[in-house]
Design a protein around this ligand. Structure first.
Ligand SMILES: NC(=O)c1ccc[n+]([C@@H]2O[C@H](COP(=O)([O-])OP(=O)(O)OC[C@H]3O[C@@H](n4cnc5c(N)ncnc54)[C@H](O)[C@@H]3O)[C@@H](O)[C@H]2O)c1
Length: 311
């Protein structure tokens, strides 16, 4: 299916990610957006709640929000015309291989023969999820980041079978609704951004574990140094900026000392065993009062809106 033929978007799974993804697709006035879930979900109310800060700051008006919500429908009936007539489906059901495969099997039985199917799985392989489908070439990963209505990046992940045409259409549709799609050309665990993010987390945890710095200091070191540069200068641009000689010399000296464990850190395992679950229990690597935990989440949303919308 070509980009210009796409009008009806179906989101399968109206949970935390599904609602925000539905909202994203309403940014194109031509799109009619439906959400299918096995349980009743008040999708419109959920979107109103998640976007309240955008309205409060005047980034979208209350009228625009209501117009966009007017193009959102909901069904618990998999045999609904909303399902059968969808041009493009984004699945955001539970992160479980069997549940995802069963969902796509039901969708393929009912949807148009040329519909495009996407999965929002954060870690599971699109090749494995689409294994039993007849039209694997019209299937791709679309990894939205949480909160899906704010973070611009969506990783479009090609499975071993995704056609170039499908990948291109999905990239174009996501760009048309204001996202920043990037193409992950190979179906690898962690896709692109999580591979880098978790390489950093592994090193950060290792520094704490080895007593080089405490947890708060590790975060401070990131926030007040290269963390500030990252939105403007990616790591590859940075390597080019300083040059291959310097990059090579630094890597030659430092790489033997960096954490390269292929298992979760023993410190992480210990905290987990002790029930120290971070914000949820008030202690993880650091201690958190309920107020601090809530403020940290609120400050993040507020910061993201400042960064993305400049207000
Ligand atoms: N939460 C995150 O930070 C995040 C980020 C990126 C991607 N993801 C991925 O998005 C997907 C959804 O995550 P979430 O956090 O929104 O989960 P969630 O639990 O909030 O929502 C899942 C929704 O799917 C529905 N559902 C489950 N099985 C279903 C089925 N068989 N048919 C129809 N509906 C069904 C549930 O009723 C629920 O409303 C997962 O694959 C997850 O890995 C999550």
């Amino acid at each position: 299916m070509k980009t210009e033929d796409i009008r009806r978007i179906l989101i399968a799974g109206g949970g935390m990610m599904g609602k925000n993804i539905a909202f994203v697709f309403t940014s194109k006035p031509e799109y009619m957006v439906s959400v299918y879930d096995m349980y009743e979900v008040d999708v419109r109310e959920g979107i109103r709640k998640n976007t309240a800060e955008l309205v409060r700051r005047g980034i979208i008006s209350a009228e625009e929000l209501e117009e966009r919500l007017g193009r959102v429908s909901f069904t618990t009936d998999i045999d609904s015309p909303l399902v059968k007539e969808a041009d493009l489906v984004v699945e955001a059901v539970y992160e479980d291989m069997d549940v995802k495969r069963a969902t796509f099997a039901k969708l393929e039985e009912r949807c148009r023969a040329d519909a495009i199917f996407c999965t929002n799985s954060s870690v599971m392989s699109p090749t494995a999820i689409s294994r039993d489908l007849e039209h694997k070439e019209r299937f791709a990963g679309t990894h939205f980041w949480n909160p899906g209505h704010l973070i611009p990046l969506v990783e479009v992940v090609k499975s071993d079978f995704t056609s170039d045409e499908t990948a291109q259409t999905v990239m174009e549709v996501l760009a048309a609704v204001g996202k920043k799609p990037v193409l992950c050309k190979k179906d690898v665990p962690g896709f692109i951004a999580n591979r880098m993010q978790h390489a950093l987390w592994r090193e950060a945890i290792s520094i704490v574990e080895h007593g080089i710095a405490d947890a708060e200091t590790v975060d401070t070191a990131v926030k007040y140094s290269f963390g500030l540069r990252l939105p403007q200068l990616g790591p590859i641009e940075n390597a080019d900026m300083v040059g291959m000689d310097l990059t090579w010399n630094i890597h030659d000296y430092i790489l033997p000392y960096l954490e390269d464990s292929h298992e979760p850190s023993p410190l992480l395992a210990q905290l987990r065993k002790e029930g120290k679950q971070g914000f949820k229990t008030g202690e993880g690597f650091r201690k958190w009062t309920p107020e601090e935990a809530e403020r940290t989440s609120e400050d993040l949303n507020s910061y993201l809106i400042d960064m993305i919308y400049g207000k």
